[in-house]
Ligand binder design. Sequence first.
Ligand SMILES: [Zn+2]
Length: 223
Amino acid sequence: MRHKIKDKKPMDRAAIALVLCFSVVALASVFTVKSSLDKINLSDNNNINVPQSNQPEERSVTKQVPTVDSKDNPQSNTQNENKNSSNSSAWVAPVDGLITLEYSTELPIYSKTLNQYMVHNGIDIAAPLDSRVQAAAAGTVVETYKDDRLGYTVKINHGNGFITTYSNLSDSAVVEAGDVVKKGDIIGGIGDTSLFESSDESHLHFEMQKDDKLVNPSDYIKF
Ligand SMILES: [Zn+2]
């Protein structure tokens, strides 16, 4: 019995020692796993937070664009357009139509009417007779006159050095010098008053100046 008891006690001690060892190992492993997990979590959080904090913000912004902020964004766009009224974004095509003769102040291009190559200080936009011609941007009518070559013409000063000229209009005057116009206001109708371009199809001859220099209207206006 003693032997058995003595035998059992060492066994118990061994078992206890084993259990202790296991528990220590288990605790140690738990701690290490925990700490490593914490590190991983921390690092993961850091890693995740940095890109995710950016991505969700961007996503939330882009998500808000079509949904919550959909009302605000057009306003901001129009505000931008208004702010850029002196720039290109506030311009509108004076007539709906295709460009039939491009702006070309350096390279002469062929003129049907004159049967010769010549520079073209503006663009020709095809449009049927009597089509409404609108102001390309807000401004003040500087003068209306009949140009010997380009026919009945309206000139509008938009400020910031921009002047637009609308030629080959019909004789019936719609605006006169001093009139203040908004973008899109009707300033006349397509005519056939241009002697220089009379053989070309019905069109508007449209010129644009910036700081007293001719510029290509296509650089500012979408046609
Ligand atoms: Zn022309």
